[in-house]
Design a protein around this ligand. Structure first.
Ligand code: F3S
Length: 398
C-alpha cells in the first residue's frame, strides 16, 4: 500500500502510541485486502462496547489506546452492556457496572461521543450519499451502505477505532464501485404487512443471498423503521452489508437486476417465522428496539400501552438511544410506558447486555434479536408490535 509522508510519520510513531498502533492495523488490513491507499473517512462508529463481550483483555487494550489516543473525526459508540444511568433498574450487578463504566471512561478519554446506539443515523451521525465512513455495527453498516448510499466495510471494533485515530481507512471492498455490484435478483411476491415481516423477509434474503449482493424488486413501500429492521436481519442471516431495492434505495438505477433470480413468496415468510419461533407460552421478557427504536416506534408503543398493565411475571423493555428517550420524556411517552410497568433500556440492547441465565424466553419484533437471544440460551418468538404488547400484558404468548 502506498503511504503519504504524513502517514509514514504516523506509522513511525510521530503522533504517539495510539496512532502508531492504528496505522499498523490499517496497513495490515490494507495489505491483506489489496488496498492501494488510505482514504479519508467522514465518521466512525465503534462496536465492541459491552464489557460482557470485551472482558478484562478488551478493557486493557482500550486503556492502552486511551493513554494518548484522540479521535480525529466524529466517532460514536454502539450499545454498551447496560443502561449507563439506570443500570440497577435492569438488574445489572454492581461489579459488571463498575467494569462497564471503566470501558466508557476509556472511550470518553479518546474523545468519542458516548452515544451507545446502533442507530447513529438517528442521533446525528448521518453520512451523506457517497461519503466514505468506517462503521462497525452490522445493521448500521447495512443501513449506511444501502439506504443512505454511504460507503463502509463492516469494520471490527479495533479497525474502526484505528480509523478514528487516523481519520482514514484502507480503500478496498465496499469503498470501491466495482465491489458494489448486485449479483443476485430477489423478487418479492409476499406482502409485508408489519414490522416483524421485514425481519422475516431479511431472514429469507440473507439465507438465499449468503455472500451475494441482492437487487430486490417487488416492494413498493418501505419506511425507515421497516428498512432498519430489514438491514439488521439481512446481514445477520446473510453476510453482505449492502443491497439495492428498486425504487426505494439510492443507486438502484445504476444497475440491472442480475440473471440469477430467487422469488420470495408468502410461504417463505411463514417458513422464516417457523424457523425463528420456538414453542413456549410463558413469556419472561418482551424487548422492543433491535435495532434501537426511533421516536416513531416509541410513540406507537406508548399509544398501545395506554391504560394497560404489564404482567408482574414479565419484563417489558424498550431499547433506544438516550436522545430518543429524551424526546419520549418530553412527549409523555416515558410516563405512559413506565406507568404501565415497562422499562427503558437506554444505551444497551438485548444482545449485548449480560442476560444469559436471567430469562428463559423472549418475545420481540426483531429477527436479529431472536438470533442473538438464542445464543444467550433463550427461547424466542417474533411477532407484531401488537402481539408483543399482548404477550407482555398477559405474560403469555397465545
Ligand atoms: Fe442494535 Fe443490539 Fe439489535 S446492537 S441491532 S439492538 S442486537
Amino acid at each position: 500500500m502506498q503511504l503519504t509522508k504524513e502517514e509514514e510519520n504516523m506509522l513511525d510513531g510521530e503522533e504517539g502510541y495510539a496512532v502508531r498502533k492504528s496505522m499498523e492495523i490499517l496497513v495490515a488490513l490494507g495489505n491483506i485486502y489489496g488496498a492501494e491507499r488510505l482514504i479519508k473517512v467522514g465518521s466512525v462508529q465503534v462496536a465492541g462496547v459491552s464489557y460482557h463481550n470485551l472482558g478484562d483483555a478488551g478493557l486493557q487494550f482500550l486503556n492502552e489506546l486511551a493513554r494518548d489516543g484522540k479521535v480525529k473525526v466524529l466517532t460514536t459508540l454502539n450499545p454498551a452492556g447496560m443502561d449507563l444511568k439506570d443500570w440497577k433498574k435492569l438488574g445489572i450487578d454492581k461489579e459488571f457496572a463498575r467494569k462497564q463504566k471503566l470501558v466508557i471512561d476509556a472511550f470518553d478519554k479518546m474523545g468519542i461521543i458516548i452515544s451507545c446506539t446502533c442507530t447513529p443515523y438517528l442521533i446525528g451521525n448521518l453520512p451523506r450519499f457517497g461519503e466514505h465512513i468506517a462503521w462497525s455495527e452490522s445493521s448500521a453498516v447495512t443501513f449506511a451502505n444501502s439506504v443512505i448510499g454511504a460507503r463502509t466495510n463492516r469494520e471490527g471494533g479495533p479497525s474502526a477505532l484505528a480509523a478514528a485515530f487516523v481519520g482514514k481507512t484502507p480503500n478496498y471492498g465496499l469503498h470501491l464501485d466495482e465491489e458494489r455490484v448486485p449479483d443476485i435478483h430477489i423478487h418479492v411476491t409476499a406482502e409485508l404487512r408489519m414490522l416483524s415481516d421485514w425481519g422475516a423477509f431479511g431472514y429469507c434474503v440473507g439465507e438465499n443471498a449468503e455472500n451475494k449482493i441482492p437487487y430486490i424488486t417487488g416492494i413498493d413501500h418501505a419506511d425507515l423503521d421497516e428498512l432498519k429492521s430489514f438491514c439488521a436481519s439481512v446481514v445477520t442471516y446473510g453476510s453482505k452489508p449492502l443491497f439495492f431495492m428498486q425504487k426505494m434505495t439510492p443507486g438502484y438505477m445504476d444497475h440491472q437486476p442480475p440473471k440469477e433470480m430467487i422469488t420470495i413468496e408468502t410461504r417463505d415468510i411463514e417458513n422464516a417465522y417457523e424457523s425463528i419461533n420456538d414453542d413456549f407460552s410463558i413469556v419472561d421478557l418482551v424487548c422492543i428496539g433491535c435495532p434501537h427504536c426511533s421516536i416513531k416506534e416509541v410513540a406507537k408503543i406508548a399509544g398501545m400501552l395506554k391504560g394497560k398493565t404489564i404482567s408482574p411475571h414479565t419484563q417489558f423493555w424498550v431499547a433506544c438511544s438516550r436522545l430518543v428517550k429524551g424526546i419520549a420524556d418530553d412527549r409523555g411517552y416515558t410516563e405512559t410506558i413506565e406507568g404501565a410497568g415497562g422499562k427503558f433500556a437506554c444505551d444497551t440492547c438485548m444482545a449485548v447486555a449480560p442476560l444469559r441465565g436471567r430469562f428463559r424466553s423472549v418475545v420481540t419484533t426483531s429477527a436479529k434479536g431472536c438470533y442473538y437471544s438464542r445464543h444467550n440460551n433463550m427461547m424466542t418468538k417474533m411477532g407484531s408490535l401488537q402481539e408483543c404488547i399482548e404477550a407482555a400484558v398477559k405474560g403469555k404468548w397465545s
